[in-house]
Design a protein around this ligand. Sequence first.
Ligand code: NAD
Length: 490
Amino acid sequence: MDKKYQLFINGKWVDALSGKTFKSINPATGEVNAVVAEAGAEDVDLAVKAARQAFESGPWANMAPGDRGRLLYKVAQALWEKADMLATIESTDNGLPINETKHIAMPAMIDVLEFYAGLANKVQGATLASPSDRLNYTLKEPIGVIGAIVPWNFPLMLTMWKLAPALAAGNTIVIKPAEQTPVSILEMVKIFHEVGIPDGVINVVPGYGSVAGEALSSHSDIDKIAFTGSTNTGRLIMQSASKNLKPVSLELGGKSPNIVFDDANLENAVNGSMFGIFFAQGQVCASGTRLFVQESIYDKFMDSFVNKIQSIRVGNPLDQLTQMGPQVSQQQLEQIQRYVAVGLEQGANLVTGGERNLKAGNGYYFTPTVFDNVTNEMTIAREEIFGPVISVIRFKDEEDALRKANDTIYGLAAGVWTNDIKRGHRMARGLKTGTVWVNTYSLLDSAAPFGGKKQSGFGRELGLEAMDMYTSTKHVWVDLNEQGLNWYGV
Ligand code: NAD
């Protein structure tokens, strides 16, 4: 029998008021993984009311920051205990290979919670320089009720990037998971609740973007929207949020350049570039999808790169040996197939892959795909494919690489492979992206701010900077002068 999940509002599991449900599909089989209550605007409204109530009064509002931190730390310990179970659920929900969920996504996600648990009692305002007859200081306060809208590629990790700093700072939250992957988030929130996070502090409203997502981003009692998803949806979110001028942070798409110079350690560059594109089936916002290879090593690099790619094991995400699982959905599979056709039409050379992988199973499997002879002007080098497809582009020298790398509407991340330390730093300065990896790719750290420039969004998640996104600054001016303010002299 299919598993059934409800909405989580005010500490209770409830059906949608409409009684509607939707199906969450297992991408490895195309079969139903779970049936989930489908939130409508009226459910979102109830969730926002519960979050407001919990923010304004009750145990959460009155909890000392140190106690909040300890509670979050206890949740982190419970998550470690259940990490394998969560990894299996996440892999079943979205197709990530179990090796990646178990050894990368879960530890990274829990580390984020621990990082912010430790920061809960370190939020500080400042005493400002003032004349002797007055006192000026700032208070760093929680913003209020946060609306978090997350995508399907790393449901738990990308939720935690918002949930952990939001709670550490004392906010409450309403989470809208992606319609493709609600299950792992509901299971994780259950653990938060079991450990003792008070009712109403975390609410989850699975449902469709155009309904539940829209209701959340336009809701007049939401104080901030934290969004991760596509650039197009980011635009819609900004429009909805403009109704009550709530602040938004947007982590959006990318078309990240990964640049290999001829002085790089070739083997490391080949291995790292493979991880940079095929990790999570290419469904990573920061994937190094435009691979720039210097002309002088082009053939040598490509021989080794393509050879290794052809040995990637595509298959059942729950198999420990699998290196690439299925794409998340039929829709995503078709999007990739369309882009492959466009690449061929525009004259790119398909070196390997390019087709659905039916040998791996009936799910949405695709073969790791490499196009070369790509120019930066081709559609496959300009638009986000969000699948295991890499476009390889030649470059002459540093100047040429930088110009081509920056010639994109996106600015999320970039990679540089070189053994010349000066060149590495010069490139890091010149690349117009939020992150630059030198001699590695796709690595994240809870302490390192992550986010985009240009149409990859704004705001920084992770690190100390994320705490700024979940606090607001209040200035307090105290007049110490006995005479007070008597401008009119009356
Ligand atoms: P998406 O934009 O389609 O959906 C993301 C979320 O937004 C989902 O929960 C969806 O239901 C919701 N949504 C859709 N329409 C909405 C609307 N009108 N109003 C409110 N909410 C709405 O993106 P996706 O396909 O789920 O995810 C893939 C995209 O996410 C890619 O573009 C990828 O680059 C991006 N992404 C970015 C980062 C980052 O940190 N920059 C991380 C992961 C994914």
